[in-house]
Design a protein around this ligand. Structure first.
Ligand code: PEP
Ligand code: MN
Length: 300
């Protein structure tokens, strides 16, 4: 989409939080009052009634791992598997274990999708990988580090696939909604917003890099009708915190969760402290079902 000229667009009093003028002139599409249900397939919708749980390992490390996790989710009635074959990592160095599996990883995701009939969420890091990723992915994830990679956002939008847009850990909601507006302006309104933790002066544990901004879920729900999901795994980096933060997110009216799970977390190539093992995940799922019932929502 080429530049759109808006009469009365002003930058007279730019702010860090969202003003009525912003809503009117800068983020009219994302703040529109139209109700949104993002349908992934006949069995999965992001709506006011459901809390889809997107679960899986951090990276698609091996065929064996992704099948193991896929089978575990399926057995427990879940429908969406996550795992990244393409992964931006904070530092540029790699080791044998600390690798992206890229096209091979995408082929394993494809196999698991066909065998287990699970929907797939995976991250897009570069436009050049988009065609391959789209052959398999049901939902494309824009990771926090790419939240304002506007060229990437526009190309991803043009696939017309559902998109999870993660909030960067240093970005205001104003920045997040500005990025979302770029997607919507391309004509793709299958948008899912994700809170995944922000930087804070203290995170209460040396290994927790971020802190989950539960209030952002409430604030976003006040401003937008698109689904807002929460990722406590990437916020806390610490498995023992994850269930509680997920329950708090459900209570704050989130419309979905991203939860990392791994059969043997200490063996996870990336962020080994944050995935729930299968036993922990089962307990978390049981409690989540009970809590979501109180709020008239169903875990799927
Ligand atoms: C992820 O989902 O695996 C991930 C890296 O998330 P984020 O971009 O939020 O760090
Ligand atoms: Mn991760």
């Amino acid at each position: 989409m080429s530049k759109i000229f808006v009469k009365n667009l002003s930058n007279k009093e730019p702010t860090k939080d969202i003003t009525q003028d912003d809503i009117k002139y800068k983020i009219p599409l994302v703040t529109s009052s139209k109700k949104r249900i993002i349908k992934i397939n006949s069995k999965i919708s992001f709506s006011e009634k459901h809390i889809p749980i997107i679960a899986g390992p951090n990276g698609v490390e091996s065929r064996e791992l992704i099948f193991k996790v896929g089978k575990f989710l399926k057995k427990n009635g879940l429908k969406i598997l996550r795992g990244h074959a393409f992964k931006p990592l904070t530092f540029p160095y790699r080791s044998k274990q600390y690798l992206e599996t890229q096209f091979e990883g995408m082929d394993w995701l494809d196999e698991v999708k066909r065998h287990l009939k699970l929907a797939i969420v995976t991250e897009v890091t570069e436009i050049k990988f988009l065609d391959r990723i789209c052959l398999t992915a049901d939902i494309l994830q824009i990771g926090s580090r790419n939240m304002q990679n506007l060229e990437l956002l526009k190309e991803v939008a043009k696939t017309y696939k559902p998109i999870i847009l993660k909030r960067h850990f240093g970005a205001s909601l104003r920045d997040l909604l500005g990025a979302a507006e770029h997607i919507l302006l391309e004509g793709n309104d299958k948008l899912i917003l994700c809170e995944r933790g922000i930087t804070a002066p203290h995170t209460h544990r040396a290994t927790s890099r971020f802190i989950l901004d539960v209030q952002a879920i409430s604030a976003l729900k006040e401003l937008v009708k698109f689904p807002v999901i929460s990722d406590p795994s990437h916020a806390s980096f610490w498995a023992p915190y994850v269930p509680g933060l997920a329950y708090a997110s459900i209570a704050a009216n989130c419309d979905g969760l991203i939860i990392e799970t791994h059969p043997n977390p200490s063996k996870s190539a990336v962020d080994p402290l944050q995935p729930l093992n299968f036993n922990q995940f089962k307990k978390f799922l049981d409690t989540s079902k009970k809590i979501s019932k109180i709020f008239n929502k169903k875990i799927i």
